[in-house]
Design a protein around this ligand. Structure first.
Ligand SMILES: [Zn+2]
Length: 87
């Protein structure tokens, strides 16, 4: 159903969303991976991608706080206070 569109453009769109398959060196093939939260830092979270076939780590992903919460003001860039008015 989702296979009818092939192309690098579509793949890059989903890249920072979720990776369903990654190349595994042990299996020597692109295998399904599962995402595991590896480390939580104050400004980012690091995810580990594990091969579902052999369980080895095939990749990592960092999600910064800015990516998660785009509305959050950037530190060091708030020279002016921006008045927030709800109405
Ligand atoms: Zn593997």
């Amino acid at each position: 159903m989702s296979q009818y569109q092939h192309g690098p453009q579509q793949q890059s769109q989903f890249e920072n969303f979720t990776a369903s398959t990654l190349y595994c060196e042990k299996c020597r093939a692109a295998t399904p991976v599962r995402e595991k939260l590896l480390l939580v830092l104050p400004d980012r979270e690091i995810f580990d991608y594990l091969c579902t076939e052999c369980g080895s780590s095939v990749g990592k992903r960092e999600v910064t706080a800015g990516e998660k919460m785009k509305a959050e003001p950037m530190p060091g860039r708030t020279r002016q206070r921006i008045p927030i008015r709800l109405r």
